[in-house]
Ligand binder design. Sequence first.
Ligand SMILES: [Zn+2]
Ligand SMILES: [Zn+2]
Length: 421
Amino acid sequence: MSGIVARFIAIPVGQGDAFYLETPSGSVLVDGGRGSAGFAELFMQTTRAKGVDIVVCTHNDADHANGIIGFLEGGLECREVWLPGRWLGVLPHVLNPNPKVAEALAVQAREAAPALRERSRQAPGIRTLFEIYGDSMLGEPFGYDEESSSPLPISRPVEVTDGWPGDLAEALEQALWDEWEWLREPWGWLLGWMPYWWRELPPYPREWHIWRVACQDPVACALFLGALDAAERIRRIAVAAYHRGVAVRWFEYTASSPQGETRWLRPLNGREVAYVPPVPINKLLYFLALTTSNRKSLVFWADLDDCPGVLFTADSDLRDVHQLPDLTGAIITAPHHGSEANANAYSKVSKHLGSSQANITWVRSDGCFRDRPGQSYLSAPGRRICTICRTRARQPKQAVRLLMRWRCWVRERGVRLCSCQ
Ligand SMILES: [Zn+2]
Ligand SMILES: [Zn+2]
């Protein structure tokens, strides 16, 4: 594949990750940033492409998943969507967002709140708190431990069409586009101190009793809203993909035995599954929180044969990736937008690279934040490029464009190197 034409673009989304890669073997979009409404247009403007072969959603954080909604609902072309296998277990519940499901979430939020009260003081927002909840339960989740040697029974003889198990396809046929909205909107105004406060006030809250259960306590309320958000993203992506006729493939997080795609794009901490049984409804809050967990975001490697590839780290700190590919000359997306919480990723990559450190390229996509990037990103080996840098003078966001030339990733003209301070 020497002399191949390949290009990589970090799409300058408002906040979050959206990475585009085009190779002779195919093209892929990995995540779509936080905004859903304008993403399809931004994608076309930046890439000059009408679509991609594969759309990947690494995990269910808003700043990765929302743009995927925008891509699919915006009608851009794609042949396959790759999604976290865990979603298969929550989909039966979130596709039918009736008051019973909401009530179960409310009760669970209230039960979970006391243990999180201390942590909530460090959490800057409801989304983080929900994520913290998922992370705090890792390892011992109700006997569901995918890091142990006995995995879930993830395949059973079901009829699967285009990646959709039969019973799910039936539910998707009936799922309405805005079904969950009516349930959520009326509660919004009750949460004066939450980011929903500017919404127009409906005259009367529906499902008042559910609100009373969840929102007597701010921590429970944050968990409850986080769960509704997470459920809504999963539902919208599934519904859009299904009705667009896009085939789905599911990759269940695993720390022990990654497998699946053997061609040019492959999971490093996931294995392909056809089916995951529905999670118990009385654990739904927890499993929804897990879908947003950074540590469980899926990591993919794009292999360009004898040219340097691309490592898509998502928000993972790579501690669960036991076999890194040959990273010489590769592009590596900065894990979790350069956050210091992912320091492990840099030391791991550094150790793995040995003496060939200098020629890798870190690409960091983010919004403007005081605490990012962290020191580990700033002192990582190789060169660094950000969509936006932390500088005193505000800069415009840039699309980070890299081209394959003579088996090297080179910057397109005008692309600035990192000047973070
Ligand atoms: Zn993220
Ligand atoms: Zn920078």
